[in-house]
Ligand binder design. Structure first.
Ligand SMILES: [Zn+2]
Length: 303
C-alpha cells in the first residue's frame, strides 16, 4: 500500500527569477492529504494556483500556470523535485511570479525538501494507470505514453551541434534514481538564443551560474558538464515536472523524441481527452502487463 506524503516542516530559500532577474523567496509548506501541489502568491494576498494541467497557459520558454488572472511561471523544476522525491501535497509560496531558477537544476530544491523532511499521511495515493497507448506527433517530434507497471521515461534529443548531437536516456523512476541521475542536470540554452531573449527583455537573470550555455562550437561554462549527457537528462527532468501536472503518480512509460514543454502538455490533453485511456487506482497497482521491453527495441522505436 502506498500512502500520500507531505513535508514535515516549512522551509525557505531565495534566488532570482530567470526572466525577471529579480530576487524571489520560495517557501515550501506542508499541506493536507488530497490537496496536491498548490502555488500561493504571498505578494498578491495569498492568491492560489493549483499545479494541474488545466491551469497551464503557456509553454513557450518554461511552463506557466494561471488561475483567475494569477500567474506562476517556470514551475517545472520545483514540481519535478517534489514529484521525484514522492511529495504529493505541498504549498509552494512565492513573493513574485517566477520560481527562482537557482542553479538551473532541481538539486537545490532536493536539498531544501530533504532539509524539511517528508512525512507520510493517512490517505492512500491515487495512481493514474495508462490503459492504452496515447501519442502526440508534430513533424519529427514525438511524445507517447504506454502502459507500464511503473513510471519510466525513454527520451531522445537530436541537436545539430557537436556539443550535444544525439543523446538517449532511459530512466526508471525511484527516489534515489531521481536524486542521483536527474536532479543535478541543468537547463541549457544556445548563446544566440540567450542574446535574443535578453534583447527582448527576457532571461534577465540568465547566466553561466544557472544554465549550460552552448556557444557556436563549444560549451561556455568553464566548469564543463555535470554529466556527459546532461542535456537529455535535463529534458527527462522537465518531462517529470510537466507530467506531474496530471495530478497523480503515473504508472506508464513516456517515450519522447525531440519533445518539450508544449508536447508534454499536448500529451496530457490527449490522455485526458478519452476516459478509456487511463484508470485511477488507490494505494497499490498490481500490474497485468507484458514484461518491459529491452532497451534496443526502445532505441529503434524512437530513432
Ligand atoms: Zn528545465
Amino acid at each position: 500500500m502506498s500512502f500520500q506524503h507531505t513535508l514535515a516542516t516549512p522551509v525557505s530559500c531565495a534566488g532570482i527569477g530567470l526572466h525577471s532577474g529579480k530576487c524571489v523567496t520560495l517557501t515550501l509548506r506542508p499541506a493536507p492529504a488530497d490537496a496536491g501541489i498548490v502555488f500561493v502568491r504571498s505578494d498578491l494576498g495569498g492568491a492560489r494556483v493549483s499545479a494541474t494541467a488545466r491551469n497551464v497557459v503557456d509553454t513557450s520558454l518554461a511552463t506557466k500556470l494561471s488561475h483567475r488572472g494569477v500567474r506562476v511561471s517556470t514551475v517545472e523544476h520545483i514540481l519535478a523535485a517534489l514529484h521525484g522525491l514522492g511529495v504529493d501535497n505541498a504549498v509552494v509560496e512565492l513573493d513574485a511570479e517566477e520560481v527562482p531558477i537557482m542553479d538551473g537544476s532541481a538539486a537545490p530544491f532536493v536539498v531544501l525538501i530533504r532539509a524539511a523532511g517528508i512525512r507520510e499521511q493517512r490517505k492512500a495515493r491515487r495512481i493514474l494507470v495508462i490503459a492504452r497507448t496515447v501519442q502526440v506527433k508534430d513533424g519529427d517530434k514525438l511524445a507517447e505514453l504506454r502502459p507500464s507497471d511503473r513510471f519510466r521515461v525513454s527520451y531522445t534529443i537530436d541537436f545539430e551541434h557537436p556539443s550535444i548531437s544525439t543523446q538517449f536516456f532511459d530512466y526508471r523512476h525511484s527516489e534515489s534514481a531521481f536524486e542521483r541521475d536527474l536532479s543535478r542536470a541543468r537547463t541549457f540554452g544556445f548563446l544566440h538564443e540567450v542574446e535574443a531573449l535578453q534583447a527582448m527583455g527576457l532571461a534577465q537573470g540568465g547566466s553561466l551560474d544557472n544554465a549550460v550555455v552552448v556557444g557556436a562550437d563549444a560549451i561556455l561554462n568553464v566548469e564543463g558538464l555535470r554529466f556527459s549527457d546532461e542535456f537529455v537528462r535535463h529534458k527527462v527532468l522537465d518531462a517529470i515536472g510537466d507530467l506531474s501536472l496530471a495530478g497523480f503518480r503515473i504508472a506508464g512509460h513516456l517515450l519522447a523524441k525531440k519533445a518539450g514543454h508544449s508536447m508534454n502538455q499536448a500529451l496530457l490533453a490527449e490522455l485526458f481527452s478519452n476516459r478509456d485511456n487511463y484508470r485511477i487506482v488507490e494505494g497499490a497497482f498490481e500490474a497485468e502487463l507484458p514484461a518491459p521491453q529491452p532497451l534496443s527495441v526502445l532505441e529503434n522505436a524512437v530513432a
